[in-house]
Design a protein around this ligand. Structure first.
Ligand SMILES: Nc1ncnc2c1ncn2[C@@H]1O[C@H](COP(=O)(O)OP(=O)(O)OP(=O)(O)O)[C@@H](O)[C@H]1O
Ligand SMILES: NC(=O)c1ccc[n+]([C@@H]2O[C@H](COP(=O)(O)O)[C@@H](O)[C@H]2O)c1
Ligand SMILES: [Zn+2]
Length: 274
């Protein structure tokens, strides 16, 4: 928190990005405006973290292509970045673990910058003083806050049996916080009202209303591409060019993982791929 009580925030978006669309990029802009408009936050960075191939979602093409498309989509942004850590893991990684990883990176980066102008013992004392808690994932008074950025469908997926561990949901909304963009067909306020844990942490959940309803979805983009229909202006030109050059989406790619159980469902139900 700075002297005026404004907390720096880093927004982390996890998802398939198969492929990245203009709406994924809009999410960041909408969230930044909303959070900064409150007068309580200053959004300093956005991170896109494409899920790894181990997620096993139907039609999920290789992470290297999804990463490259995300990089092309963000090359003109001065604050949205792409991170490959999650997608490079050999197995699917729970979102809570991905958030923890990025929070630790933020703390390490901050400790490095403190190193530059502070003698070691002073820095150590300051770090000790600045921890709110003594648990393994501490919150620091002067450090940036990391928030998960998602669409309301992801928030509502918290209610799908065997998809999320309860302790992960509690950690995400309790310790970090959520910036959630409304999506047609979803009612995040009602969903929060009906969940005790989300209700308890409602002050950490920022619902951001998208007044210019935008129905772009990666599923729609893949479908249109398979049918040879134009997807121009639904995603950045550079991404479209890359898709065409590498011939990425086809009937065959859409069948990837068609007979495989989604990784979280496999992990929490002990289900197996057939
Ligand atoms: N039109 C949209 N409005 C609000 N949130 C969105 C929209 N499109 C994507 N998101 C959000 O973007 C994040 C990444 O989602 P994802 O990669 O699944 O995109 P998607 O368009 O939903 O793709 P798919 O159709 O393959 O599920 C999620 O948090 C999702 O809720
Ligand atoms: N238990 C969990 O941590 C859990 C469960 C389901 C999806 N997710 C994440 O949510 C995102 C959802 O992406 P999709 O909407 O493309 O399926 C992915 O990043 C995925 O890893 C996390
Ligand atoms: Zn989705």
């Amino acid at each position: 928190m700075d002297p005026l009580g404004v907390t720096p925030v880093v927004l982390l978006a996890c998802g398939s990005f198969n492929p990245i669309t203009n709406m994924h990029l809009r999410m960041f802009e909408l969230a930044r405006d909303h959070l900064e408009d409150s007068g309580r936050y200053r959004v300093v960075k956005g991170i896109i973290s494409p899920v790894g191939d181990g997620y096993k979602k139907k039609g999920l093409i290789e992470a290297c292509h999804r990463l490259q498309m995300a990089r092309l989509a963000t090359e003109n942004s001065d604050w949205i970045t792409v991170d490959s850590w999650e997608s490079l893991q050999s197995e699917w990684v729970e979102t809570a673990k991905v958030i923890r990883h990025h929070y630790e990176e933020l703390l390490a980066a901050q400790a490095d910058s403190n190193d530059v102008d502070t003698v070691k013992h002073t820095k150590k004392r300051r770090m000790d003083e600045n921890y709110f808690e003594s648990s393994s994932h501490q919150k620091r008074r002067d450090g940036p806050q990391l928030m998960l950025l998602c669409g309301a469908d992801v928030l509502e997926s918290f209610g799908v049996p065997n998809l999320w561990r309860q302790e992960d949901i509690t950690e995400i909304v309790g310790r970090y916080g959520l910036a959630c963009i409304t999506r047609s067909g979803c009612d995040p306020h009602k969903f929060i009202h009906q969940s005790d844990v989300l209700w308890r942490h409602r002050k950490n959940i920022h619902i951001i209303h998208e007044w210019v309803a935008n129905e772009i979805s990666a599923t729609h983009v893949r479908r249109a591409l398979r049918r040879g229909r134009s997807v121009r202006y639904l995603l950045p030109d550079a991404v479209l060019q890359y898709i065409q050059e590498c011939d990425l989406y086809s009937d065959v790619s859409e069948q990837k993982n068609a007979d495989v159980v989604l990784a979280p469902l496999q992990r929490y139900t002990g289900g197996s791929s057939s």
